[in-house]
Design a protein around this ligand. Structure first.
Ligand code: ATP
Length: 223
């Protein structure tokens, strides 16, 4: 079976000249459908950078990245935004919900953009029910708890039924109970056949992972 994520030899440098810092130096990662991979590593080692590169939010200077068999590296901006909408769900530490829209509207909007998958509206409503968000569906993000905001963010990430979920410190801003629920939802997302790549500081988050890797000296190694 082809990997959902195939990243080979990824190199990324920030800055120029004497200030240049090579954050990724040949990092490689392959993730299959149904698999959760946790990436640990000290602060500043390049975990978020790597996730952004996989998701096509930034470009490496060397290496090859594919998602779902489609090239991320070398793709045009237009192709990248289509690929992101169709295949990738992003979940961030600070939720990144649009503040002027209700939780429900945040989810449904993601299912209405150009290139959204068929049936996204119905799926969004079903996710709001499944994730226990119906009673707060009309609330603005600022009126919601952190755990509720993250569950809306997960519903938004799932609304187009992506093959890949990318989660950057998804429990970093939550208490233990809400964090455990978010991890359970990520695990369930993989058990439904998605690939999940999660960057985390928290060793407990790795409990739901099939594989735990560490980013060290610019490459991914077994933890
Ligand atoms: N846009 C940027 N321009 C310059 N340097 C950057 C940029 N983004 C990140 N860096 C630097 O690259 C390094 C890796 O950053 P990154 O956010 O990927 O690390 P991280 O492992 O996710 O860290 P943390 O665990 O603290 O979130 C850091 O030293 C950071 O300061």
């Amino acid at each position: 079976m082809a990997a959902v994520v195939a990243a080979e030899g990824v190199v990324k440098t920030y800055g120029e000249g004497r200030a240049a810092r090579r954050v990724l130096d040949g990092a490689s990662l392959h993730v299959q459908a149904g698999e959760v991979v946790a990436i640990l590593g000290r602060s500043g080692t390049g975990k978020s950078t790597f996730l952004h590169l996989i998701g096509g939010l930034d470009r490496p200077e060397a290496g090859v990245i594919s998602v779902g068999g489609e090239r991320v590296t070398g793709a045009s901006e237009r192709a990248l935004s289509r690929l992101r909408r169709a295949r990738i769900g992003f979940i961030f530490q600070f939720f990144h919900l649009l503040p002027e829209l209700s939780g429900e509207a945040n989810v449904l909007l993601a299912g209405r953009v150009r290139g959204a998958s068929a049936g996204a509206g119905a799926r969004g409503q079903a996710l709001i029910d499944q994730l226990g968000l119906r009673s707060v569906a009309g609330s603005l993000p600022q009126q919601l708890s952190g755990g509720e905001q993250q569950r809306f963010a997960i519903a938004r990430a799932l609304v187009n039924d992506p093959a890949l979920l990318l989660a950057d410190e998804p429990t970093g801003n939550l208490d233990v109970v809400a964090g455990a629920e978010v991890l359970r939802l990520l695990r369930a997302g993989a058990d439904e056949g998605r690939a999940v790549v999660m960057v985390t500081h928290e060793a407990t988050a790795a409990n739901i992972a099939d594989r735990v890797l560490t980013l060290r000296d610019g490459v991914l190694v077994d933890a």
